[in-house]
Write a protein that binds this ligand. Structure first.
Ligand SMILES: [Zn+2]
Length: 247
């Protein structure tokens, strides 16, 4: 190998590995130069953010494909020792033992749930004031997220306790005590489903999305508290690309 070639390879390697920032330390946000339209170029690990199977999407009920879907089976624990945190990108509830769910016939464990303001998914172009994401992981590492759209109305205990206890300090964890996360689910679990991505960097296209059709009510007071903390932590809806929506 020529000396020149060796130098060229060394230079290429230093670009690839030597000076690259660690993806987890890359700052991203919901506006300006680190906002959603720039995510894909902020780090090489975020390239999927420009993919063609991205979430969230606008769901148009009139063009959803009817399919024989397996029913959702929720086996979440009814009493979970919850704590709430301001992640710097949203409000997240963590707990030790959430239980499981069977989604599209596959078993998953619930890992955490968090909220976005306003909703990320839209129905016929319409945003809801907020959206809950219940993040499930299967033993093979794949993810399924159950999304519940939240609208103004009566108070919801889990949402209310989360929003009235979360602090404006990023990373601070506040204990909520035992709560039943199923309080955020409607009785009717009919849903839309599609294959998409994480809605935050690195936007990995590994998520089976389940959007519950019936919204849940949360108080306007709690939505206002959320808006004070995060005026907008919703990624804009993405082109449908390779996604198609089933019900
Ligand atoms: Zn989310």
């Amino acid at each position: 190998m020529s000396h020149f070639k060796k130098l060229a390879i060394a230079a290429a390697l230093s670009v690839a590995f030597g000076t690259a920032a660690v993806a987890s330390e890359v700052k991203w946000s919901y506006e300006g130069e680190t906002g959603p339209e720039h995510w894909a170029s902020l780090h090489e690990n975020f390239a999927s953010c420009a993919g063609d199977q991205q979430s969230p999407i606008d769901i148009q009920p009139s063009s959803v494909v009817d399919a024989e879907l397996l029913p959702l089976e929720i086996n979440w624990n009814e009493s979970v020792d919850l704590h709430v945190a301001n992640t710097g990108h949203g409000v997240q509830d963590n707990g030790a033992d959430f239980g499981t769910a069977t989604i599209n016939g596959k078993p998953y464990t619930l890992k955490q749930f968090h909220f976005h303001h306003p909703s990320e998914h839209t129905i016929d172009g319409k945003h809801f004031p907020a959206e809950a994401h219940f993040v499930h992981q299967a033993s093979d590492g794949s993810l399924a997220v159950i999304a519940v759209l939240l609208e103004g109305g009566g108070e919801n205990t889990v949402f209310s306790d989360s929003l009235s206890n979360v602090t404006d300090t990023v990373g601070e964890d506040v204990m909520l005590g035992n709560e039943d996360p199923r309080d955020l689910l409607p009785d009717d679990l009919s849903f839309y489903t599609y294959r998409g991505s994480l809605t935050t960097p690195p936007c990995s296209e590994i998520v089976d999305w389940v959007i519950i059709k019936t919204p849940m009510e949360v108080s306007d007071k709690n939505i206002e508290a959320f808006a004070k903390l995060y005026s907008n932590d919703a990624r804009p809806t993405q082109n449908l690309g390779r996604c198609y929506v089933l019900q």
